[in-house]
Design a protein around this ligand. Structure first.
Ligand code: KG4
Length: 334
């Protein structure tokens, strides 16, 4: 049996074909970055309309690259939430319709569950339980993952997600959208100690995050420099901002692992592609004798393969959806 997985929660239309043991036969992602770049962020209506155009070709390409037809598919999995409802409804309704017509079982998957299990797509897989940091444009949360179906939230952001902070700082510096990749590239040429931006700890043992103060601090620094007609040291700003985000993410993830007592840490989400985060976490886990599992870059950002993994476990647990199941905008996990 093969799994066809579909993801359309935000601005990427994605489809994948997987074997039940998580071997990915194909994973196709159609990005909308060029559509939203000129607005400095995602425009929900444009995202839904583009999903409508792309969903059929993306699914066809996933099947073709896997070298199969729909006859070989035994399960359809689709993201049910959270995300932009107009975007979710395109992929989710497409999946339900396909399942209905083909007489196939269909499961709805929480996007967060996909990120929490994305490490299972790699050859080296973590055993359960583990502590996970999910850090993207929409979420920054810590979880205890006790099984492929059991997730307990340990902490989350009280305001902006870390990826959102990267995107907003990039907009402030006229660096385009999405901000994370360009900021991390420029940060390589900058000094992370050049400007001491604030780190919000929210109490000694808190596992919650806050990035809005940091974003405001970067904005007022940039404003002051511009008013004084000073040229902006963009590379230093990027490196110093990135260091402030990464330091807090790493400290709190290690604190979470200390509290759970797990010897394994997993990361996921778009910001998990950040090289400084990956390096600092690897060093600190090494120092503390913790095992670290990071998805490859393709499986950090939104993708359908992770939805296929999470969907397979729901299928095994008999958690199929009905034809009238609806999409949801907020995750019950978060
Ligand atoms: O998981 P994702 O594809 O979509 C959701 O937000 O659900 O994550 C996208 C986010 C964006 O905010 C983007 O700026 C950020 O991930 N991102 C990065 C990097 N690559 C992507 N942030 C920091 N460093 C990166 N290298």
């Amino acid at each position: 049996m093969l799994i066809l997985a579909i993801e359309s929660s935000c601005d990427d239309t994605a489809a994948a074909v997987l074997e039940p043991e998580h071997r990915v036969r194909s994973s196709i992602i159609s990005s909308q970055n060029e559509i939203h770049a000129r607005y400095g962020g995602i425009v929900p209506e444009l995202a839904s309309r583009r999903h409508i155009e792309m969903i059929r070709p993306v699914v066809d390409e996933a099947l073709a690259r896997a070298g199969v037809t729909l006859d070989k598919i035994g399960l359809i999995a689709a993201t049910q939430g959270p995300g932009l409802v107009g975007s979710l409804l395109v992929g989710f309704t497409f999946a339900k319709a396909l399942a209905l017509v083909r007489g196939l079982p269909c499961v709805g998957v929480d996007h967060m569950a996909g990120h929490l299990l994305s490490c299972l797509l790699e050859e080296r897989q973590p055993k359960f339980p583990y502590t996970a940091l999910i850090v993207s444009g929409g979420n920054t949360s810590l979880f205890s993952v006790d099984s492929p179906l059991s997730f307990t939230r340990l902490g989350r952001t009280r305001d902006d997600a870390a990826g959102e902070a990267f995107d907003k700082v990039a907009k402030l510096l006229d660096l385009g959208y999405p901000g994370g990749p360009v900021i991390s590239r420029l940060a390589r040429k900058g000094d992370p100690c050049a400007i001491r931006f604030p780190r919000a700890r929210l109490g000694e043992h808190s596992l919650d995050f806050s990035f809005s103060g940091l974003k405001t601090s970067v904005a007022s620094y940039v404003e002051t420099q511009r008013r004084a007609d000073q040229s902006l040291a963009v590379n230093d700003i990027c490196a110093s901002f990135q260091e402030a985000v990464v330091e807090v993410l790493v400290d709190k993830t290690l604190e979470a692992a200390r509290k759970t007592g797990h010897g394994r840490i997993v990361i996921g989400g778009g910001v998990a592609a950040n090289p400084r985060l990956r390096d600092m976490l690897a060093d600190r886990c090494d120092d503390q004798g913790l095992e670290l599992f990071m998805p490859s870059l393709d499986y950090c950002t939104d993708n359908a393969a992770m939805i296929g993994v999470a969907g397979y476990y729901r299928f095994l647990a008999g958690q199929m959806i009905a034809a009238d199941s609806d999409a949801y905008s907020r995750s019950p996990l978060n």
